[in-house]
Design a protein around this ligand. Structure first.
Ligand code: TYD
Length: 267
């Protein structure tokens, strides 16, 4: 076979073996050629899968992420449960800075750069090593949050967010994303009372108000429409147990489809 043909057939083989999230991303990015091939090569080194939970503030992601991790461990999987911003010592410090300030104290671009600084560290120290070990990484927020909050919420250009994403995340994209969807009125009420309970005041992003949360929600829903195979929308205005049951159904179905091929490790 000529080198070009051999390469194409190797790539086709890899593409068939890949979890769906990455493939969507390669196609969506439209970056073709060398970058796409580099990403494919990086990705096959990662045997695990990355599952992310997203949603506006007050949708109950953290509770659902914890319960999902417990469930997967009970099923015998090796699971790394983590969160953003945070997940590493530097990331937690960045989180503290970002969540403590008042609205408009940090410029949108600085906020985006800080999110990606925390993410770079998180990828290198936590996510990529866990994926290389074949674990299921469950992350309470990841890169869709930057597009939804800094892109749609703060109105930064989506091109700027995706340029940073290509630089920092490269091939490490979510394989499955659970988007917890809730009407912003309800979510804000929940988030505010939770914020007051924890810190005596609501968080900085909660303090942005209803219009901001509406823009973020519409951003998340737009991301879901563009990535229907990767992003699954789950209605969050139900009991914790009902929401968790639906998440488990989605994750079970996903793991049955790609689990074996992705090389996921059992404990
Ligand atoms: P959140 O994850 O909701 O934490 P908690 O449930 O403990 O309050 O809070 C993190 C906040 O950071 C949330 O309001 C969304 C925001 N955020 C961004 O704006 N961009 C990002 O890229 C990420 C990961 C989070």
């Amino acid at each position: 076979m000529r080198p070009g043909r051999a390469q194409a057939s190797l790539l086709n083989g890899l593409v068939r073996e890949l979890p769906c999230g990455l493939l969507d991303r390669c196609i969506l990015d439209g970056d073709g050629g060398k970058l796409a091939k580099d990403r494919l090569r990086d990705r096959v080194k990662q045997r695990g899968v990355l599952i992310t939970l997203e949603g506006i503030d007050g949708t109950g992601k953290t509770t659902q992420a914890r319960r999902l991790a417990t469930y997967l461990r009970q099923r015998g999987y090796a699971v790394a449960l983590t969160r953003e911003p945070g997940g590493t010592p530097l990331g937690e410090r960045i989180r503290a800075v970002l969540l403590a300030g008042r609205p408009a104290q940090v410029s949108p671009l600085a906020e985006l750069l800080l999110m990606y600084a925390a993410r770079a560290e998180h990828l290198e120290q936590v996510i990529q090593p866990a994926l290389a070990r074949g674990e299921i990484v469950v992350s309470d927020r990841f890169n869709d949050a930057s597009l939804a909050y800094q892109g749609y919420g703060r109105r930064l250009s989506p091109g700027v967010v995706s340029a940073l994403d290509r630089l920092v995340c490269r091939s490490t994209q979510p394989d499955l994303t659970i988007l917890l969807d809730l009407d912003p009125h309800t979510s804000l009420r929940r988030a505010e009372s939770r914020g007051k309970r924890r810190h005596g005041h609501g968080g900085r992003f909660e303090a942005e108000g209803l219009q901001f949360q509406r823009r973020v929600r519409s951003g998340y829903l737009a991301i879901a429409r563009r990535n229907p195979r990767r992003v699954r929308v789950v209605k969050a205005g139900r009991t914790v147990a009902e929401v968790q049951a639906e998440i488990r159904r989605i994750v079970d179905e996903f793991l049955a489809g790609v689990g074996q091929r992705a090389g996921i490790r059992r404990r």
